[in-house]
Design a protein around this ligand. Sequence first.
Ligand SMILES: NC(=O)c1ccc[n+]([C@@H]2O[C@H](COP(=O)([O-])OP(=O)(O)OC[C@H]3O[C@@H](n4cnc5c(N)ncnc54)[C@H](OP(=O)(O)O)[C@@H]3O)[C@@H](O)[C@H]2O)c1
Length: 266
Amino acid sequence: MKVLIIGHGNMGKTYANSFISSRFIKPEDIFALVRNSDFSGIESAIPKANFSTTVSEKIGDFDIVILAVKPQDFSVLAQTVKPYLKDGQIIFSVMAGITIAKLEAQLSCSKIVRSMPNIPTQIGMGMTVFTASANVDRKELFIIQNLINTTGKSVYVENEKLIDAATAISGSGPAYVFYFMQSMIKAAVDLGFNESEAELLVNQTFMGSVAIQNSYSLSNEEWIAKVASKGGTTESALRIFEKGLLEKTIIEAVKAANDRALELGS
Ligand SMILES: NC(=O)c1ccc[n+]([C@@H]2O[C@H](COP(=O)([O-])OP(=O)(O)OC[C@H]3O[C@@H](n4cnc5c(N)ncnc54)[C@H](OP(=O)(O)O)[C@@H]3O)[C@@H](O)[C@H]2O)c1
């Protein structure tokens, strides 16, 4: 199986490294199409000889073509690669907001996979939600899911609208987590810890909470009840969350991200 990755930025690099380190694809079978012809400084698991800046009929030889450029660069890219793509190739897009209909129309290809990964894919802990056009068959979908799973976990959805919803949850989600962590670090410093102690306390609390939550089949509500004893300290904090309508604010924020994803896609 030969794969072409177009765009060797954060995501392009992540896929190349994950496919190769998982031994799912041999390094010599992965190629990269980039804009900058100076390959000397490139750090990649892809052999240097497999980098190119030239768009040619060779593009038609790849089984899978991964589009890992920014959404705003897609239209220009589409014009240059469209003449060389063949309809049997699988086009695998990680671009936010670019719909299957748009990919089909601008590339004249009918086997399209649209995905929404998140930043922990870079360390194999990612969450990717993906969907595919009707022309992608079960076997092809299985291969794609295996490729995606080299970067973490994945969920296949039939309804393309859920890709925008995933953008608002797992795509943007790491930033929500970092925001919450940052707020807790600020509170820890206010209470007398130095920055590095505060960071350790908060990071370990997040790591430990997710790990214990994953180790038992208790709901979040049950875990909260285990930590928050009646009349205790945690209950005082939770009361402030409720007074500030924090849950409602989080739900509203996620919906705003979803609205923006829909807006960008239209
Ligand atoms: N980063 C994330 O966490 C994340 C999460 C979910 C989805 N995504 C999606 O993934 C895509 C890539 O994001 P990224 O963070 O990897 O961006 P990035 O680091 O900016 O990488 C994009 C790369 O594409 C290259 N490029 C642009 N036009 C090109 C062309 N015509 N031919 C060849 N290469 C071209 C750019 O080259 P130059 O260096 O020359 O500009 C750049 O190296 C985006 O569409 C984004 O929506 C990213």
